[in-house]
Design a protein around this ligand. Structure first.
Ligand code: SF4
Ligand code: SF4
Length: 134
């Protein structure tokens, strides 16, 4: 049984994710187009439309612990297919930011060995930092 509470639905963390992502989760009406077009939804334990639903219901911890926030490749297919103009990618970015700020996992540029920076492909560094820097 799932217990919903008004406090969770209107919690400060939900508001923070909305602020960071610029998304209004209430706009999503669960049509599923985002999940239908997501190229990596098969590898996600919470599908893109479910991410939006969980955020609407204030179930932040569940979605924060899902692998979906790391599996998303930021291709924006969900955004381009959404009839309501919602971006699941932005919601997931907001969740990643909150997760990294809560944990010690955020990577600092100064901690990366210079030898690695010299040989790593520039694109890999940029992509990695988009996900791992809060
Ligand atoms: S496509 Fe948009 S409206 Fe439909 S489920 Fe996904 S986020 Fe919600
Ligand atoms: S941006 Fe992320 S959630 Fe959206 S379609 Fe691409 S991989 Fe899926």
């Amino acid at each position: 049984m799932i217990k919903l509470s008004n406090d969770d639905i209107k919690s400060s963390v939900v508001q923070r994710i909305e602020r960071i992502s610029g998304e209004d989760f209430k706009k999503c009406y669960q049509c599923g187009n985002c999940s239908g077009g997501c190229p990596v939804s098969y590898a996600m334990d919470v599908q893109p439309h479910q991410v939006m639903r969980m955020l609407q219901l204030g179930r932040v911890d569940e979605v924060m612990n899902a692998n979906s926030i790391w599996v998303c490749v930021g291709c924006l297919q969900c955004y381009s297919r959404c009839p309501k103009g919602c971006s699941v990618a932005s919601a997931l970015e907001g969740l990643r930011q909150i997760h990294l700020r809560r944990s010690e996992e955020a990577q600092k540029v100064s901690e990366i060995p210079v030898a690695f920076l010299k040989k790593a492909p520039q694109q890999a560094i940029v992509c990695g930092f988009r996900k791992l820097v809060s």
